[in-house]
Ligand binder design. Structure first.
Ligand code: AMP
Ligand code: ZN
Length: 138
């Protein structure tokens, strides 16, 4: 199902032109207009799902093999040394377009603009609290 007000729905449907590197029945993969690196690509499902929490299992099962295929090809074809697979869920997590998408970001030797965070420490109290709440809920 498509959302007529969603830009990624319109791009995925081909209504808005995009630099498409791959397309099949379920997905379109396009170059990101604000790339983190040369070859930064987005995989968009053609149907509208806000984020991973809404993605049907059937679609989800196709995403990782496609990310591997396109990511490997980007790396080999562009001479990258590796690639990141990034997928943001919710504004708090940095999602700016509320249509599920996967970022494939080729990484080059000496690349400094990498996905990173400052590691903290797992306290015993946090560990116990998380295990209590999360493991029980799964
Ligand atoms: P996110 O922050 O995970 O929601 O990622 C959204 C991404 O979409 C950003 O990297 C933007 O640069 C990219 N983007 C937004 N609009 C377009 C567009 N019309 N065509 C291609 N990429 C876009
Ligand atoms: Zn959409």
């Amino acid at each position: 199902m498509r959302d007529p007000n969603c830009i990624f729905c319109r791009i995925a449907a081909g209504e808005i032109p995009s630099a498409t590197v791959y397309e099949d029945m379920d997905f379109r993969a396009i170059l990101d207009l604000g790339p983190a690196s040369c070859g930064h690509t987005l995989i968009l499902p053609k149907d509208h799902f806000r984020d991973l929490t809404e993605l049907p299992d059937e679609t989800a099962a196709k995403v990782l093999p496609l990310a591997r295929r396109i990511g490997t090809t980007l790396k080999d074809a562009l001479g990258a040394a590796g690639f990141n697979v990034v997928q943001n869920n919710g504004e708090a997590a940095g999602q700016t377009v509320p249509h599920f998408h996967v970022h494939l970001i080729p990484r080059y030797e000496g690349d400094e603009n990498i996905v990173s965070w400052t590691p903290g420490e797992l306290s015993e109290a946090d560990r116990d609290m998380i295990l209590e709440k999360v493991a029980k809920a799964l």
